[in-house]
Write a protein that binds this ligand. Structure first.
Ligand code: PRX
Length: 657
């Protein structure tokens, strides 16, 4: 992180006080900070008490073997019972859990908690019939349809950890995740709707399962459970494939749930790290459910009559924590939308369903800003009372536009910082307490230890920048990386061994008031539209193409998506100039290897890459080119003329879409 980047941050003078009525009736008030500071474990124990436990815990936190935490030790709990059954038992069975809005306009379903309980119980019985037992892993590869929520909760009910793979990922990416966590069953659908058209999912599952076959030709995947959504033709393996509408619809709606150990694995979520191999982030049951449900109630100030809508896809952590587990554990009514943000459609939904709490990503906000305020201005969004942002830094302009245009200048904006690893929101304003400051995530929530430190782990003074660390364990923290304790220690805990801090991988700055500004990743991880992508993973996808000898990828600043993927490739001699379609060919190749989100915006075919004398690629210089800046210091390059050769190519290889 250069000093210049840190000091360049604009001084933001605007402040937005919480609305008086919200402040007066807020779920969490100012006193919570001091209460949590005086006894952090008691604070989290109170949060856990909001849930229904089988057996109560003996110990709140066991941190005797850091960094391996155990929360609510000795307690037993079932996540599905907490998300569904207990609301029915409390007499709220008729409350709508999910207002589902399908991509074709007239396709909607309202699902009550009582109906959800029946569906989850049936699915749990059907999975049991397919041989799924406690501890078995189940991969889920589905569009945004209610069955994906049912599938996740059915797995949770059985204690079978799920791994949800984003439906935009390729067959290869799905196969590597199935293999890594040794999933026995895959749940999918024939397809889903994207931008009005049906797009297939089942063929990618077929291909992925084939790829996981061992030397004997057998895959570990015993069954594929398929929801019929689009009615597309599918290839069918009679021994392996099972229709959801046959297996689940005909199953019994009675299912006795077992209480699982608080530390029983709930799910594995793969995310990009700074090497080519995705990391399987492991979350366990009691702590995760405590952290997500409490912060959902705290940060969004959830009330019984709220209609909440988080626009994230269920294939990412935000969909897990703040669409499935947090809101459902709180008995919330929420909107779930199958499609992608089209002009006006989101605001129509806000108006139709009287959405009161809305949670989305800065990249979407910036897209709407570009389209102009006339579109949202055409809808009645007076039901909104609170807005949230997640996934990447929100620039002050986007924050203010969001507040004014979407929030009618009356809704507080909570900018929430967290990660797949943290499971729960860690840094955010409290809507009834904090005077919002556009662009700042403000400070750690009550019970959270967040700080900005220098290379030696010393807390930096106000007005300075450094690295973001978490100084205390928290309930929804990742427990390890699936099958790789060593990588877990190395990645997150080895940077500050003396202090025992969790290293988040983000740069941050404390402003003059001590409030936090997030400055993006300090490792080889990019953030494109709020999604994490690893430069190394895309580089290895590129060099797996027969025409490519070497590749270097950087994340270049992009007005809408935050960062965009820019690649520099050297072709093999045998490939000549690669042919007229080489750029498109390589972009498609990356899409096939990883998925459409990883497709580079720009690929430049270059004769050389800038390397130091020890052979390390200097991505900083490539970033200068990709961001059309004067190229920085080249004195450490082995060959300082290389950058001239590369700059000659500037402007080539930009993609149209
Ligand atoms: O760099 C930070 C950025 O997203 C990273 C985490 O990505 P992921 O695990 O995919 O989770 C995204 C959704 C929680 C962080 O290391 N990030 C997330 N939220 C913010 C953010 N950067 C700035 N401000 C935020 N509010």
């Amino acid at each position: 992180m250069s000093e210049q980047t840190l000091s360049n941050l604009s001084r933001e003078e605007r402040r937005f006080e919480p609305p008086a009525d919200l402040a007066a009736d807020a779920n969490v008030k100012e006193e919570a900070y001091a209460r949590a500071d005086s006894d952090r474990e008691a604070f989290w124990a109170d949060a856990a008490d909001r849930l229904d436990w089988g057996q109560k815990w003996d110990q709140v936190l066991d941190w005797s073997n850091p960094p391996f935490a155990k929360w609510f030790v000795g307690g037993t709990i079932n996540a599905a019972v907490n998300c569904v059954d207990r609301h029915v038992d409390a007499g709220n069975g008729d409350k709508v859990a999910i207002h589902w809005v399908g991509e074709p306009d007239d396709d909607t379903r309202d699902i009550t908690y009582a109906q959800l309980k029946d569906e989850v119980s049936k699915a749990a019985n059907a999975l049991t019939d397919l041989g799924v037992k406690k501890g078995d892993r189940v991969a889920i590869y589905m569009p945004m349809i209610p069955e994906v929520v049912v599938a996740m909760l059915a797995c949770a009910r059985l204690g079978a950890p799920h791994t949800v793979v984003f439906g935009g990922f390729s067959a290869d990416a799905l196969a590597s995740r199935i293999t890594d966590c040794d999933a026995k069953v895959v749940i999918t659908s024939d397809g889903g709707y994207r931008r009005g058209a049906a797009s297939a999912l089942k063929p990618a599952v077929d291909e992925a399962v084939e790829k996981t076959a061992g030397p004997d030709g057998q895959s570990q995947v015993r069954h594929v459970l398929v929801v019929r959504r689009t009615g597309q033709d599918v290839d069918w393996d009679d021994d392996r494939d099972v229709w959801w509408h046959e297996a689940v619809d005909n199953a019994s709606a009675d299912h006795e749930a077992e209480m699982h150990d608080s530390e029983h694995p709930l799910f594995v979520m793969y995310t990009s790290g700074s090497t080519g191999k995705p990391k399987g982030i492991l979350h366990t049951t009691g702590g995760y459910l405590t952290g997500t449900s409490f912060t959902h109630w705290e940060v969004f100030d959830l009330k019984d009559d709220d209609v909440y809508w988080c626009t994230a896809d269920v294939g990412w952590i935000t969909g897990h924590s703040y669409m499935v587990y947090g809101p459902l554990a709180n008995g919330a009514t929420q909107v779930m939308y199958e499609g992608t943000p089209e002009k006006g459609r989101w605001w129509q939904i806000v108006q139709d369903y009287q959405v009161s709490i809305f949670y989305t990503a800065p990249t979407a906000i910036r897209t709407f800003m570009k389209q102009g305020r006339e579109i949202p201005d055409g809808y009645d969004m007076s039901s909104l009372r609170l807005l949230g942002s997640v996934g990447e830094p929100i620039n002050p302009e986007a924050y203010v536009w969001y507040r004014e245009v979407i929030g009618g200048d009356r809704c507080p904006v909570v900018d929430t910082w967290w990660q797949t690893e943290t499971g729960q929101i860690m840094i955010s304003p409290l809507p009834g307490v904090t005077a919002g400051k556009p662009g700042s995530a403000m400070k750690g929530l009550p019970g959270v230890g967040a700080d900005v430190v220098d290379d030696d782990g010393q807390s930096v003074p106000d007005g300075s920048g450094g690295y973001l660390v978490l100084t205390q364990p928290w309930p929804a923290m990742l427990r390890t990386l699936w099958g790789d304790d060593q990588r877990f220690k190395d990645t997150y805990w080895s940077r500050y061994p003396k202090q025992g801090f969790y290293f988040a991988g983000d740069g941050a700055k404390k402003d003059e008031d001590g409030d936090l500004w997030m400055l993006g990743r300090v490792d080889d991880v990019m953030n494109v539209s709020g999604h994490r992508l690893s430069t190394t993973e895309i580089e290895s996808a590129l060099v797996s193409h027969p025409k490519v000898a070497e590749a270097a990828v950087v994340g270049a600043a992009d007005e809408t998506t935050g960062q965009a993927v820019c690649a520099f490739v050297i072709l093999r001699e045998s490939a000549g100039d690669g042919g007229p379609d080489i750029v498109e060919e390589l972009r498609k190749h990356v899409q096939k290897e990883i998925g459409a989100i990883a497709k580079p915006r720009q690929i430049m075919v270059v004769p050389e890459l800038p390397k130091t004398r020890s052979g390390k690629i200097m991505r900083r210089l490539l970033k200068d080119v990709a961001e059309h800046r004067e190229v920085g210091d080249v004195t450490t390059l082995a060959d300082s003329t290389v950058m001239d050769l590369i700059k000659d190519k500037e402007g080539s290889g930009a993609a149209e879409d």
